[in-house]
Design a protein around this ligand. Structure first.
Ligand code: ING
Length: 314
């Protein structure tokens, strides 16, 4: 009996700063309906999918900042999304800005939740790799201030057995780091869900930035293949408050093949039937971590201290 799950990447187009939560949730529910119509059992929404990507601005007034954060999930604005998903029997990943009262203080995280097909909140992840800066950079029209707005995640990279698979989550920049996928794969993950907001002017160096779409795709395909996992990667896309966010939401197989990709930079659903036994096949053969990966032999490489001295001059 083939183990499979029909997944959807539910890409969101631009969200304006003036858009209300109600307007945004209406769009999320419309995408949910479209995905369900196509047979999706699991829908992946983007990172920070309830608001515009506010870390592009340097805001100092707490009241201006707090409006972008959710202090509960589900909350008053998102309960109806949870209710509709449960009614349809569809699980989902949702990225949002989390304001948490814990350890006697207020903490802000870039967070995602995983909800199963019965509407149960299965798990939470808080973004670990925060790109950009903690202070505005001179000469930049568009900033990238995630280190200013968020603390690094404090939940690690957990995995959950749910919806017939072993699933894990990450967020945006996490997808660029091989550790993200490997730490999850070493726990037996079969499918990684990731939302992202990726501006195509992040570094300000055109030679780099002109490759933004390629680097996003390369990171996800490499992560999927090198760890024998499915990856569902969903963008918030389009020209959003003057910042151009790449789309290319995609579903990537353990073979590294892109089996579905968005072609627009707006609200768009792409789906695929993900055969989980393909992940098993790759893990039992090419990437059998137990048989072929011998960390005890890495010593000469990873234990070297400092840079390798240049070759002796002749
Ligand atoms: N955004 C971007 C990302 O990692 C970025 C930041 C853009 C890094 C382009 C490098 C190149 O996709 C977030 N939110 O992490």
């Amino acid at each position: 009996m083939q183990r499979s799950i029909v997944t959807a990447a539910a890409q969101m187009g631009p969200i304006a700063r003036s858009d209300t939560r109600h307007q945004v949730v209406d769009r999320l529910i419309a995408l949910l309906h479209e995905a369900h119509k196509r047979g999706a059992e699991l829908v992946v929404f983007p990172e920070l999918t309830l608001t515009t990507f506010f870390p592009r601005w340097y805001l100092t007034d707490p009241s201006e900042i707090d409006v972008f954060f959710e202090s509960s999930m589900p909350g008053p604005d998102t309960q109806r999304l949870f209710d509709e998903a449960r009614r349809l029997g569809v699980g989902f990943y949702l990225g949002y800005a989390e304001l948490s009262e814990e350890d006697g203080g207020r903490h802000r995280f870039n967070t995602s939740v995983l909800v199963d097909r019965a509407g149960r909140l299965v798990g939470k992840y808080r973004k670990i790799h925060l790109p950009g800066y903690d202070a505005p950079q001179p000469g930049r029209d568009s900033q990238h201030l995630e280190k200013y707005y968020f603390e690094p995640g404090n939940l690690g990279f957990p995995v959950w057995r749910t919806m017939g698979a072993v699933m894990g989550m990450c967020i945006c920049n996490d997808r660029r780091w091989p550790e993200t996928y490997r730490v999850l794969a070493l726990q037996g993950v079969e499918m990684v869900l990731v939302g992202y907001n990726t501006p195509d002017d992040h570094t300000g160096n055109f030679d780099f930035d002109s490759l933004t779409g390629f680097h996003s795709q390369l990171s996800v395909q490499a992560g999927a293949y090198q760890n024998s996992i499915w990856v569902v990667a969903t963008a918030k896309a389009g020209l959003e408050e003057g910042s151009n966010l790449i789309g290319q939401s995609m579903i990537v197989a353990p073979s590294g093949q892109v089996v579905a990709m968005a072609t627009s930079t707006g609200d768009e659903v792409v789906t695929a039937r993900c055969d989980l036994d393909m992940a098993t096949l790759y893990r039992q053969t090419i990437f059998n971590l137990a048989r072929h990966r011998q960390p005890q032999h890495y010593g000469l490489i990873v234990e070297r201290k400092g840079p390798v001295p240049p070759p002796e001059d002749d």
